[in-house]
Write a protein that binds this ligand. Structure first.
Ligand SMILES: Cc1cc2nc3c(=O)[nH]c(=O)nc-3n(C[C@H](O)[C@H](O)[C@H](O)COP(=O)(O)OP(=O)(O)OC[C@H]3O[C@@H](n4cnc5c(N)ncnc54)[C@H](O)[C@@H]3O)c2cc1C
Length: 590
């Protein structure tokens, strides 16, 4: 048996990112000094997760209007699709308060001459992004949470149907961590690296999202029996080509229009796009329009900074240095001057996210953020069907979950259960299995012995399958049942037959092995959800060539799946959409 670390806590937070750190902070505010709060983080909370690279705007802030107006915008931006308005309203009501708290904690926020936060569009404010992560992490530290860095969480613990903790391995100390908890928060971010990245070789991690957010939370919640939702949306970020920096900085920040290779401001000049909302069309539609222009031979697509506001264009370098310094280096290396040259943009691979512009995650039974597994909560990208929360919404969701976890602990009154020792042994064996296998199995391919399948080889195979058969970039994000059928067959072959050959030579590769195990579960969720939704609702994100129209009669509702561990099949159910903010969903209110 390995060295084991046993921890008992009231609140366990998995993932010390945007949502996780603020959940710890809020739990301390309402739970008092004696509450035991523990964070398990696969990296180090000071520089982990989405905020680590620095970002330059809070994309959710109510500059004008009301929380209801913000909800109307969010659902409009997802093509009028059903969204959890109850959850979004709960976020909207606390968004600005959360930002004020973070400012008090030291985040410098740019202000206008009247002392108001500097607005960037209707729902954005500019911030100095490099401070985001240290401040967020500092709040968890200040809250006195027990922070255990470098622990990769592999599975949730359950007892009598309730979530009672989690297990994982120390990626530096090689120890096995067993944490019993009265309430557990999943805050592990979204899933990157499911589809084939554009760059190859040692640059394969050069992608838009955090390469280390690999869908662990989605996979663990699925395996623990939580109902999962929204995997039929994926986010396709259109970003500055090769550097993945956001184009919004040029569009909203410097008034640069998006143009095709002919210089046409196509979103405003072509009737078919104007009808869909022009340059303020829903995000997926704008992605679709770019790829339509490319398919029609009018690519590449650019942000025409030469037509932007000259003063603001001059400030672009400084802004990108704050959040995506490679952009500035790239411009230097390729002799690009945004004042003289339009900046090329392109779509990256799809990503699974629930707090950005898509809906993947766990279904929450109420606004408490508790999933269908009692005691298991989800926030940030891990929470489904409430998109466009971004940084400030994830902070807020973390706070709301933290508060409700304390309430759950107080009200449910249950202590820490005994966990069957054999179950813990089984989980330990599973956690380290790829490491244990190394050296014990030998196969011959082309006459040469191999010791098993290394994680990076399995990852590459998985990404090829998803790219080619589940609507990757090379397919212009299009899918149909025949393609999905092949994806299903090949991914299931990996999951059901090949994982037993997955090996790792050291703890570093053990993390990569778990990344691929978790990603494969995300693949299953994605293939089955896309297959279930026999319509095209999010044009641009998922284009079903066999069902190109929207089918409101069948699919204007929420779709949730549950995984059956005995059959490895997913079953689906639908929940009705509760529209709390009245009005035409295909329009914004302000
Ligand atoms: C490149 C990029 C740019 C963005 N730009 C903006 C912007 O300008 N403005 C804006 O408002 N929003 C932006 N967003 C969105 C915003 O950053 C996210 O929606 C939000 O931060 C997500 O918070 P989270 O807590 O869910 O995830 P994260 O903050 O990413 O936290 C997840 C944490 O879980 C940890 N973890 C993962 N797996 C495990 C495991 N198995 N065990 C233990 N720990 C684990 C990770 O290491 C990480 O620390 C951007 C996102 C990205 C990726």
């Amino acid at each position: 048996m390995r060295d084991r670390v046993n921890i008992d806590t009231d609140i366990l937070i998995i993932g010390g990112g945007t949502a996780g750190c603020l959940a710890a902070w809020e739990a301390r505010q309402v739970g008092g000094p004696d509450l035991k709060i523990t964070i398990l983080e696969r990296a180090n909370i000071r520089h982990s997760g989405s905020l680590a690279a620095g970002q330059n705007a809070l994309n959710a802030y109510i500059n004008n209007g009301t929380p209801e107006d913000w909800v109307a915008y969010v659902r409009y931006d997802l093509c009028g699709a059903p969204v959890r308005e109850d959850i979004l309203l709960s976020v909207g009501r606390e968004l600005n308060e959360t930002v004020a708290i973070i400012e008090k904690e030291g985040l410098p926020i740019k202000k206008d001459v009247d002392g108001r936060y500097l607005a960037r569009g209707k729902w954005n404010i500019e911030v100095n992004g490099r401070f985001l992560k240290p401040i967020t992490a500092g709040m968890a530290e200040k809250a006195g949470a027990r922070i255990i860095n470098w622990v990769f969480v592999t599975e949730l613990l359950k007892k009598d149907g309730r979530c009672v903790g989690a297990v994982g391995f120390g990626s530096r100390d090689g120890r096995f961590y067993v944490v019993r908890a009265k309430a557990v928060l999943m805050a592990t971010g979204g899933a990157a690296g499911i589809w084939r990245p554009r760059c190859s070789g040692d640059a394969h991690h050069r992608i838009w999202s955090v390469p280390f957010n690999t869908g662990a939370g989605y996979a663990m919640m699925k395996r623990a029996g939580a109902e999962m939702t929204g995997f039929d949306t994926r986010m396709i970020p259109v970003r500055v080509k090769d550097t993945y920096a956001p184009g919004g900085t040029m569009a909203i920040g410097a008034n640069a229009p998006m143009v095709n290779a002919l210089g046409e401001v196509f979103m405003l000049e072509k009737e078919e796009y104007v009808r869909m909302g022009g340059h303020t069309a829903p995000t997926p539609v704008r992605v679709w329009a770019c790829y339509r222009e490319i398919a029609a031979g009018r690519g590449p697509i650019f942000m025409d900074t030469t037509k932007g506001d000259p003063e603001k264009v001059a400030g672009l370098r400084e802004q990108y240095l704050d959040m995506s310094p490679t952009t500035v280096l790239y411009w230097g290396a390729h002799d690009i001057d945004p004042a003289k040259d339009p900046v090329e943009i392109e779509g990256d691979s799809p990503f699974l996210v629930g707090a950005h512009a898509a809906c993947c995650g766990a279904w929450s039974i109420s606004t408490t953020r508790m999933t269908t597994v009692p005691g298991l909560f989800a926030s940030g990208e891990a929470l489904g069907q409430a998109p466009s929360r971004f940084i400030s919404g994830s902070w807020t969701c973390g706070r709301i979950a933290g508060r409700n976890m304390v309430k759950w602990v107080e009200e449910s009154g249950s202590g820490l259960p005994e966990i069957d020792a054999k179950e813990i042994d089984r989980l330990e064996e599973a956690a380290f299995a790829p490491l244990a296998r190394w050296g014990k199995q030998e196969f011959y391919t082309n006459g040469k012995p191999v010791m098993g399948i290394l994680p990076k080889d399995m990852e590459e195979h998985m990404q090829n399958v998803m790219e080619d058969y589940c609507g990757g970039r090379v397919r212009h994000f299009s899918v149909s049942e025949p393609y999905l059928g092949i994806a299903r067959k090949r991914i299931n072959r990996l999951r059901r037959d090949q994982l037993r050959y997955l090996v790792a030579r050291d703890l570093y590769e053990l993390q990569q092995a778990w990344d691929v195990i978790d990603r494969l579960d995300c693949c299953q969720l994605t293939i089955e959800h896309i297959s279930f939704r026999k319509e095209t609702r999010y044009l641009g994100y998922v284009n079903r060539t066999d069902y190109p129209e929207r089918n409101d009669a069948e699919y204007d509702c929420f779709i949730c799946s549950a995984w059956n561990p005995d059959t490895d099949e997913m079953t689906f159910k639908k929940y009705p959409y509760d529209q709390l903010v009245r009005g035409d969903r295909s329009e914004e209110t302000i």
